[in-house]
Design a binder for this molecule. Structure first.
Ligand code: HPA
Length: 291
């Protein structure tokens, strides 16, 4: 945690600008259109980038080194499906002890580098009974169960509005594009609401029943703050969960991070095919449409 962002400031603008200059120096002329956040067991997607430039989080002021097995903690820039993309291979979690602005930092950085669209991915437990390990789920909305937000404190008007709208947190047009991509690939793509919890302990069966009664279909320990930060800075968002397990109480098996990673890796072929098809079909920047 050499370069943790200053917890007292919303955006740590100095760290953001420093990180932008590190990336511009290491990847001159590469202006990403699309940002990807790659969750547990899903990071190898960025290994398919052409002519990749790889930057360790530790070299980017504002981003801490990942402490989670299966999260490599690198920013990768390169061409993917003909578009310049920037991916977080691994992410920052609240449960590692980081403050919400540090969790949001990578999203703000990728926007500042030029991205207009974010593909956010995660490993998640299936709260709805029909969601099976290995399924990919299109995220249609989220429940922020962390009681945290990266927007607390004075607003940085340079980044976005004080009160960002979350009515279309996950962009309906991009969701439609993802559905069509799945159909073309012959993939079933169930849809649902992602409930983001603090972790790091998995849920109790009672908590899973609570999440279900609140409208949650899948549960995980990431994503919701990143999506809040993304909407704040005007990124359009499309989200995919890789269902790695039935959530607590829905199966007799004890939950284990190694199993989560293994299932996510096993789903990699369909996950990569779907993300490729989505990235290839994305529209360009939409004037004013990002807000
Ligand atoms: N709960 C919370 N986070 C998770 C789960 C789960 O069941 N599976 C993968 N990430």
């Amino acid at each position: 945690m050499t370069h943790s962002a200053d917890a007292s400031s919303l955006s740590d603008p100095a760290a953001l600008e420093l990180s932008v200059s590190v990336v511009r120096k290491r990847a001159p002329g590469l202006v990403p259109e699309v940002a990807l956040v790659l969750g547990s067991g899903l990071g190898s997607l960025a290994d398919s980038f052409e002519d990749p430039v790889v930057i360790d989080f530790g070299d980017l002021p504002g981003l801490p080194v990942s402490t989670v097995i299966g999260h490599r903690g690198r920013l990768v820039l390169g061409r993917f499906e003909g578009r310049v993309c920037v991916a977080m291979q691994g992410r920052v979690h609240l449960y590692e002890g980081h403050d919400p602005s540090t969790v949001a930092f990578g999203v703000r950085l990728m926007r500042r580098l030029g991205a207009h669209t974010m593909v956010v991915t995660n490993a998640a437990g299936g709260v709805r009974a029909d969601l099976r390990p290995g399924d990919l789920m299109l995220i249609t909305d989220q429940l922020n169960m962390t009681a945290r937000t990266p927007l607390l404190g004075p607003n940085d008007d340079q980044l976005g509005p004080r009160f960002p709208d979350m009515g279309h947190a996950y962009d309906p047009a991009l969701a439609e594009l993802a559905r069509k991509a799945a159909t073309r690939l012959g993939l079933t793509l169930p849809e649902g609401v992602y409930a983001g919890v603090l972790g790091p302990q998995y849920e109790t069966p009672a908590e899973v029943r609570m999440l279900r009664s609140l409208g949650g279909d899948a549960v995980g320990m990431s994503t919701v703050l990143e999506v809040i930060a993304a909407r704040h800075v005007g990124l359009r968002v499309v989200g995919l969960s890789c269902i790695t397990n039935a959530a607590a109480g829905l199966s007799d098996e004890a939950l284990d991070h190694a199993d989560v990673e293994r299932v996510a890796r096993r789903a990699h072929a369909s996950f990569e095919a779907l993300v490729r098809a989505i990235v290839a079909a994305l529209p360009g920047p939409v004037d004013g449409g990002a807000q």
